[in-house]
Ligand binder design. Structure first.
Ligand code: 6PG
Length: 231
């Protein structure tokens, strides 16, 4: 499927988007648990997914058989307001979802390179593919931590990269990061791209234009991605 054919779901409100996407994710996790006895969910951080997490935390599914991890992480401790792990713990791993197991990317007292190795092995041990990946997107067209100015961008987007998780250094990112590479994202059973606002709609249009090389487009060229957008 070409990127331009990506299925796009537009919603009248962010609340409707969050409720619908939460139901879709819960159905997929539930089916995975029924079919394979476990489910793997990788989510993004940032400001967009909070409301989605609030909805998903109440999903009536067997959370005890579900592992939640992050697509990417800013290399900061849980005490930082920029920590994606802190967001997941405070908004997603609550109520029913408190029973889920969480695999963090950040490791206190480790270098970012050592944490990348640990997260890589941890993800491998979970047994891929991931059942559901939820991506966000920045106004510069990055998704995961595939920043256009990342020194490691070519390797991160290499479909033959043997690593599942790598460290990233990008001047525009603010701090060092850890990110899943393209292969585990492209191999996932379902990839949702959750974006909100007119500025991101304009970036998405750019990404879908014929010769775009924006990182988010590179992901859409590698695997079917379903888009969820609300103003
Ligand atoms: C992160 C991400 C990143 C995010 C986009 C959108 O940790 O920053 O996982 O890829 O999804 O930057 O971020 P916002 O939701 O804050 O706009």
């Amino acid at each position: 499927m070409a990127a331009a054919d990506a299925k796009r779901n537009d919603f009248q409100s962010r609340a409707m988007l969050a409720a619908t996407l939460s139901d879709i994710i819960a159905d997929r996790l539930d089916a995975a648990v029924r079919q394979r006895g476990k489910a793997l969910l990788a989510v993004s951080g940032g400001s967009t997914p909070g409301l989605l997490f609030d909805n998903l935390a109440d999903a009536d599914i067997e959370w005890g058989k579900i592992v939640v991890t992050l697509v990417d992480e800013r290399y900061v401790p849980d005490t930082s307001p920029r920590s994606n792990a802190a967001l997941v713990k405070s908004r997603l791993l609550q109520r029913r979802a408190a029973k889920a197991k969480f695999l963090p990317l950040y490791q206190p007292d480790r270098t970012v390179a050592a944490a990348a190795d640990l997260a890589d092995s941890g993800l491998r041990l979970l047994g891929l593919p991931l059942d559901v990946v939820v991506l966000g997107m920045g106004n510069d067209g990055h998704t995961a931590s595939f920043f256009p100015d990342a020194a490691e961008l070519a390797q991160l987007l290499d479909p033959a990269n043997p690593r599942l998780v790598s460290s990233v250094n990008a001047p525009s990112a603010g701090e060092p990061r850890l990110t899943m590479t393209l292969p585990p994202i492209a191999a996932a059973r379902f990839v949702a791209l959750h974006i909100e606002g007119d500025e991101k709609a304009a970036t998405l249009d750019k990404a879908l234009s014929p010769n775009s090389t924006l990182p988010v487009r590179r992901v859409m060229d590698a695997t079917p991605v379903e888009i969820f957008w609300a103003a």
